[in-house]
Design a protein around this ligand. Structure first.
Ligand SMILES: Cc1cc2nc3c(=O)[nH]c(=O)nc-3n(C[C@H](O)[C@H](O)[C@H](O)COP(=O)(O)O)c2cc1C
Length: 205
């Protein structure tokens, strides 16, 4: 089958997110204008380059995380893992500005080193990011949408030592949770190594 804007006649729910899956969940920490900590999950999230390391998240509507990251110029990303998934879900509730989802979800704040926005202390890995760009996107006709993208440069990375094996981050041991479509999730518990044809002989990464 194939479809365009007639999709709703053919499929009851849009499979877009189920096809673009698995997606990492960017658990975004920010401060509002009054300095109150905000936390919310964004699965339209990814890295966009390394060296300098850059991440992005996208907001469907001008939500608090977008506004705070734009106005304060900073945000954090914390990795969502299997043991943190219930807290992540609690933090997704649409609550008024000024109510901290860190408190709602019973999460301790990790102390940032370079910026002021906190991260999730219990997460195996977190990144402090400086906002490089925060913009509204257009459709193919040039019409502005109620959709927003934030790009941040990573200025500090926090990793719990127990997830480092000989200097390598053990992703499977951290058990990251990924977002699929509908209300589905998945988790990473195993991985393998696949060398590229032009990798130098004996290289391990
Ligand atoms: C796993 C998960 C992923 C989500 N991803 C997004 C996303 O990519 N973009 C978005 O706008 N909302 C997303 N949401 C919904 C937001 O987390 C939710 O609207 C939240 O209240 C926004 O909080 P904020 O206004 O404090 O930023 C997601 C929710 C969940 C549970």
């Amino acid at each position: 089958m194939h479809y365009g804007s007639d999709r709703s006649d053919m499929l009851p729910f849009n499979p877009f997110k189920a096809i673009i899956a698995p997606r990492p969940i960017g658990w975004i920490g920010t401060l509002n204008a009054d300095g109150v900590a905000n936390l919310a999950p964004y699965s339209f999230f990814n890295g966009v380059g390394s060296g300098p390391d850059m991440v992005m998240f996208a907001s469907e509507g001008a939500k608090h995380s977008y506004i705070n990251a734009r106005d304060t110029g900073e945000f954090t990303f914390s990795l969502v893992t299997a043991d943190l998934v219930d807290a992540m879900n609690i933090s997704s509730e649409n609550v008024p500005d000024g109510i901290s989802e860190f408190d709602l979800a019973g999460l301790e704040k990790g102390e940032p080193v370079v910026i002021r926005a906190p991260f999730v202390a219990a997460s195996p890995a977190a990144m402090e990011c400086v906002t490089i760009d925060a913009f509204q996107i257009k459709d193919r006709h040039g019409v502005l949408l109620d959709r927003y993208v934030v790009i941040g440069e990573v200025v500090r990375t926090h990793i719990k030592d127990e997830f480092l094996q000989d200097g390598i981050f053990d992703t499977s041991a951290a058990t990251p949770v990924a977002r699929l479509g509908y209300r589905e999730y998945s988790k990473i518990t195993e991985s393998w190594t696949l060398r590229r044809p032009d990798d130098p002989v004996g290289s391990s990464t």
